[in-house]
Design a protein around this ligand. Structure first.
Ligand SMILES: Nc1ncnc2c1ncn2[C@@H]1O[C@H](COP(=O)(O)OP(=O)(O)OP(=O)(O)O)[C@@H](O)[C@H]1O
Ligand SMILES: [Mg+2]
Length: 374
C-alpha cells in the first residue's frame, strides 16, 4: 500500500510546503469531435505514485481523456504538464508512459518474450540487459516460463499480464490502463485486480486506470475521478465519493441511493410529506423543492412505530443483508432499507408489515429536485 499519498483535499488544509508534487497537471483540456464536445475544460492534478481511476458511464469521455494524456488523441485546447515538462503537443513516442488496452493488443506473431522485449529493442538495449529485464518482468506478473509461447496459447488473464509486463518494460513514469480487466471473467478479474494493485504499490508507478466498474474503482484507487458528459463531477478518495457525493449524479452512480421528494426547511430540515426530517446542512431556501438522498444501509427500521413509517412491499435476500422495499405512509414514496440478516429475525420481517423508519440526519443529504439523471 502507498503510505505517502495525501489527497489534495488534505494537502490544501495542511501546511502548504508539504504539498505532494504533481506527476501530471491537466489544465483546461477540451476535446471536440466536430460540433460534439467529448471533454469540456478538464482540470486535474495527479500526484507522483498515485493510483487514479477515471470512472463514469459509457461515452462520458474516459478513453478520450486517457488517449489525450498519451498523445494518441490531440486535444482541441488546453495543456498537459508531466513532471514539469509541457507535453501538450508531443507525439506519443516522445511521451513517458506505458499503456494497456481493454482488448489484448499483443502482437500475435511474436512470442511472449518478444512482446515484452519490444519496447526495449526499440531503445536499443543490449541483449543481456533485455533478457534480464524480460525475465524480471515475467516473474513480476507470474508468467516465468511462458517466454516462448504465442499469445493465442494464453488465456485472457495471462494475455493481460503480458500486456502489463510489456507496458512496464521501459520503466515508464506513468502507467495508463484502459479497462484492462473488463474482457475477463469475474474470478480472473478479481484476482488480477489484486495483482495490479500490489504491483503498482510495489513499483510506485503513477497509474491511471479507466473503468466503468465502480467496485473496481472503489477497491483499487487512491482517488477516483467521476466523469459524466465530458466533465468531471467529483474527484475524491473512494470514501469521499461514497459518503459525500458532490452531486446527485455521483450519488446515484455509485452504490445504491434512495431519492425522496422533499421541500427544504430552515435549520437543516426537509419536509417529507407532512413530516419534518433533520438532514445535513443545506443551502436551499425554505419551501424549495429538493431531493433527499439516503443510502439503504443508513435507513434504520424498527417494530415500534414512529412518526415516519412504511409498509413492507418487498424483501430481497442478498446474503449478508436483506433489502426491504417500503412504501412510506403519507407520501406513498418508495424507500429501500438494508437490514443485516442477523436483525431481520428481530424485526420479524414479512410482507405487508408496518415498520417505524428512522432516517439519520448525518446520512441524509439534499440535492436539487430532479437532478440525478445521467
Ligand atoms: N474519433 C471520434 N470521433 C467522433 N466521436 C468520438 C470519437 N472518439 C470518441 N468519440 C465520442 O466521444 C464520446 C466519449 O467517448 P469515449 O470513448 O471517451 O467514452 P468512454 O467514457 O471511454 O466510454 P466507454 O465506457 O464506452 O468506453 C462518445 O460520445 C464518443 O462517441
Ligand atoms: Mg472507453
Amino acid at each position: 500500500m502507498q503510505t505517502t499519498l495525501t489527497s489534495p483535499l488534505t494537502a490544501h488544509s495542511a501546511a502548504k510546503p508539504h504539498l505532494p508534487s504533481a506527476h501530471l497537471s491537466i489544465d483546461g483540456v477540451t476535446k471536440r469531435f466536430g460540433s460534439f464536445t467529448a471533454l469540456d475544460s478538464i482540470a486535474l492534478q495527479i500526484q507522483e505514485g498515485e493510483f487514479v481511476c477515471f470512472l463514469g458511464p459509457s461515452g462520458c469521455g474516459k478513453t478520450t481523456l486517457l488517449r489525450t494524456i498519451a498523445g494518441l488523441t490531440q486535444q482541441t485546447s488546453g495543456s498537459l504538464i508531466q513532471r514539469g515538462k509541457n507535453i501538450s503537443t508531443l507525439p506519443p513516442q516522445a511521451r513517458d508512459f506505458g499503456i494497456v488496452f481493454q482488448s489484448y493488443a499483443l502482437f500475435p506473431n511474436l512470442t511472449v518474450f518478444d512482446n515484452v522485449a519490444y519496447g526495449l529493442r526499440n531503445r536499443r538495449s543490449d541483449r543481456a540487459t533485455i533478457h534480464a529485464r524480460v525475465a524480471e518482468l515475467l516473474a513480476l506478473v507470474d508468467l516465468s516460463g511462458s517466454e516462448h509461447k504465442y499469445p493465442a496459447a494464453l488465456s485472457g488473464g495471462q494475455q493481460q499480464r503480458v500486456a502489463l509486463a510489456r507496458a512496464l518494460a521501459t520503466e515508464p513514469g506513468l502507467l495508463l490502463l484502459d479497462e484492462p480487466l473488463s474482457a475477463l471473467d469475474a474470478r480472473v478479474r478479481g484476482h488480477l485486480r489484486h495483482q495490479i494493485k500490489a504491483l503498482q504499490a510495489r513499483l510506485g508507478v503513477t497509474t491511471i486506470m479507466v473503468t466503468h466498474d465502480q467496485e473496481e474503482a472503489l477497491t483499487m484507487a487512491d482517488r477516483i475521478v467521476v466523469m459524466n458528459h465530458g466533465v468531471i463531477e467529483q474527484v475524491g478518495t473512494p470514501a469521499e465519493i461514497y459518503h459525500q457525493p458532490a452531486s446527485a449524479f455521483v450519488a446515484s452512480f455509485i452504490g445504491t441511493m434512495n431519492f425522496l421528494e422533499v421541500t427544504a426547511q430552515a435549520n437543516n430540515h426537509a419536509l417529507l410529506g407532512t413530516i419534518s426530517c433533520p438532514c445535513l446542512p443545506h443551502a436551499y431556501a425554505k419551501d424549495q423543492a429538493a431531493q433527499l438522498a439516503i443510502r439503504p444501509e443508513a435507513v434504520a427500521l424498527s417494530v415500534s412505530i414512529s412518526e415516519l413509517s412504511g409498509d413492507v412491499m418487498g424483501i430481497e435476500f442478498l446474503g449478508a443483508f436483506q433489502r426491504v422495499s417500503l412504501r412510506l405512509n403519507g407520501t406513498e414514496q418508495r424507500l429501500l432499507a438494508d437490514v443485516p440478516s442477523r436483525d431481520s429475525a428481530t424485526l420479524g420481517l414479512r410482507l405487508g408489515q408496518t415498520l417505524g423508519i428512522h432516517l439519520p440526519a448525518d446520512a441524509a443529504r439534499l440535492y436539487p429536485a430532479g437532478s440525478n439523471q445521467s
